[in-house]
Design a protein around this ligand. Sequence first.
Ligand SMILES: Nc1ncnc2c1ncn2[C@@H]1O[C@H](COP(=O)(O)OP(=O)(O)O)[C@@H](O)[C@H]1O
Ligand SMILES: O=C(OP(=O)(O)O)[C@H](O)COP(=O)(O)O
Length: 407
Amino acid sequence: MNIPTMDDLNFTDSKVLVRIDINSPIDAKTGKLLDDSRIRAHIETIKELTSKGNGVVLVSHQGRPGDSDFTDLEQHSKLLEKYLGMEVEFVGDVMGPYARERIKNMKSGSVLLLDNVRFVSEELIEASPLQHSKSFLIRRLQPFFQGYINDAFATAHRSQASLVGFPLVLKSSAGRVMEKEVSALAKVFNEEESPKLFIMGGGKVLDSLRIIENLVKRRLADRILTGGLIAELFAVAKGLDLGKENLQVLEKVGVLSLVPRARKVLLSGAPIEIPVDFKVEREGKVYEEPASKINGVIKDVGSTTVGIYSSFIRDAKIIVMRGPMGVIEDERFRESSRSLLMNSLESQGYLIVGGGHMISLIGGLGSLDNSKVHVSTGGGALLLFLAGERLPALEALDMSFREMLKK
Ligand SMILES: Nc1ncnc2c1ncn2[C@@H]1O[C@H](COP(=O)(O)OP(=O)(O)O)[C@@H](O)[C@H]1O
Ligand SMILES: O=C(OP(=O)(O)O)[C@H](O)COP(=O)(O)O
């Protein structure tokens, strides 16, 4: 696959649309951003473009409709301003007359941030680059730009309009974040290095199951340690009784229907580990209970599980970690994710960490040895890339490059 970089196109004195991923963890109670790593990651790309006299229009999503972290991007614009050291105009619109007027009149070398692109319904559809290239989003915005840069590695596994539609109608390249992620991960993930350990938690159960199925099919993981809601799914699939309250949680997030799929993975003899104990919350208090005797709402994996998982970490050559073991927004349920992260950093293995919540956790652990750890901006995208899946956003850039070469 040929992915054009910013060196290939070298935009100067142009107007460029840049798809970034500044989707960040947000405190459900206060609405405040809990971590700005993804915002900081894009600064290099943006500065390089503005220093060459380009007008930069940024587009990103935040959360998913219906979730508590589905917000506008005003807070993000303030942080972009802080890290760029220049004004960032926040346009509370994505493709309407106001956004187009602001894009049309922007000065060279300036930066403008459009609002959450998932406010536009077309962005919520997974469709082919060709289909998306005909969407209103692309048709309304394309005429203002000479180029498109995709720097959103963390969303590269989605075939959504702002990620795959523009490369078919504009000269396009990867941004610096996208470029570095792809080259670093391809280099690190040497097939001969084993054992390879995957530690998977978090709340995006369907994504995690899809990744696990891929890893198992391609025999890429020597062991998969589960936490978060994916662990609960596998526990149920194994026949454990987690109690009515936890089944209700799984039902509420729409994953109970995935039990047969998870069971099939287990029956195939996949090397999947399930927690032997959990931290549960009952009437506001925290208890540790064995997985076979749960009485309360599961909020984290237990300390025996952390011990067992740590023994696997000690022997691993490559450790990939995505998604927290528990509800880490609450200090009481942060410890197991933090311990596994610390143990991985102290182990002999090379650590690849991804996903908004784990990045924020690792960010609080001080300076890191870059020869031993790669902190990826991606979570699901990172794992799918490592699992050998083709990422739609990269494919669209490749298509764009091949078209450009024909001309
Ligand atoms: N047992 C659990 N029950 C409910 N939510 C959980 C549980 N474990 C983890 N989570 C939630 O998962 C979310 C993070 O998941 P996800 O978005 O998949 O990870 P990331 O952002 O790191 O890629 C956090 O909000 C956390 O509270
Ligand atoms: O946070 C993200 O993915 P991640 O949780 O896998 O790290 C990306 O911004 C993609 O978001 P999405 O999973 O709502 O498409």
